[in-house]
Design a protein. Sequence first.
Length: 267
Amino acid sequence: MAGTGKTGRRLVRTLRAAGQHVRAASRSSEVRFDWSQRATWQPALAGASAVYLLAPEDPALAVDFVATAVDSGVGRIVALSGRGIDQIEGDFSPGMVAAEEAVQNSGVQWTIIRPNNFNQNFNEDLWRQPLLDGRLALPMGATPEPFIDAQDIADVAATLLTSHGHHEQVYDLSGPRALTFATAVATIARAADRSIRYVELTPAQYQAELLAQGHLEETATALNIMFAGMRAGHLAEPTDTVRRVLGRDPLDFDSYATRAAAAGAWS
Ligand SMILES: NC(=O)c1ccc[n+]([C@@H]2O[C@H](COP(=O)([O-])OP(=O)(O)OC[C@H]3O[C@@H](n4cnc5c(N)ncnc54)[C@H](OP(=O)(O)O)[C@@H]3O)[C@@H](O)[C@H]2O)c1
C-alpha cells in the first residue's frame, strides 16, 4: 500500500532492484487502492503473499482491511507506525493504534516498525515550504530528535517482508544521532546555502500558525499532541535497530542534507 509515498515508493524500488515481484497500490498507483472504496481492496490484495501497510485514519477500516488481507491469503504484514505511539498522551493516530492491534491479532506473520520523524519531512513534506520561506517555527524546545531517512525505513521494510527472524516484533527505528530542530535547520541552511531561522513557538502559537496556514483544526491538534510527546523525550534516544536489521548504519543527517541540497530540494 502507499506505493507513491515517502517510504512506499522507495520500498517498491528497493524490492524491485532485489528481483521481487511488487505491486504498488494507492489511489494514483498502477494498482488502484483507495481506503474509502472497499471494492478496490480485494483486487489490490489478490495474489499478494505479503503486504506493507500504512494505517488509514479510520480505525474501523484498519481492522477490516487486515481481516480482508488475511482472508485473501496474505501471510505476512509489515505495518508502518510511529515511534512513541504507546507513550504519547492524548488521542493520537487512532487508525495506527487500531492497525497495530489488528496486525498483532491477525494470526499471520507480522512486524511493526515505529520510526522517528523522517528526514524527508524537510524536503518532501510539511517543513519544506517553511524552509524555502526562511523560517521553520515549531514547539519543540531543546529536546533532540534522531531523524531517520525514508530510504533506511524502506530498506528495513524490504528485509522484513522478504526474510525470516523478525516476526512478532515491534521495532523502533531511528537515525544514528539525535539533533535539535535548531541544529537540523542550521545544517540544511548551510547545505542549501540559504538563510533559514529556527523559531521556537508555544503550542498555542503553533496551533494558531497552522490554522492560519489553512490546516484543519484536527490536523493542528494532532501535530501538537505529537510535539508534546517529542518534547517529553519519548522519542529522543537513538536506537540501533537499523544496524541490527541491515548490518549497516543508518544515514546521518549531514549526509541527507548535503544530498538533498545537491538534488535541488531547497533551490
Ligand atoms: N513523516 C514522518 O516523520 C512519520 C514518522 C513516523 C510515522 N509516520 C507515519 O508514516 C505514514 C506516512 O507514510 P509515508 O510518509 O510513507 O507516506 P506519505 O508520503 O505520507 O504518502 C501517503 C501515501 O498514502 C497513499 N494514500 C493517501 N490517501 C490514500 C487513500 N485514501 N487510499 C489509498 N492510499 C492513500 C498515498 O498515495 P496516493 O495519493 O496515490 O493515494 C501515498 O502513497 C503515516 O501513517 C505517518 O503517521 C510518519
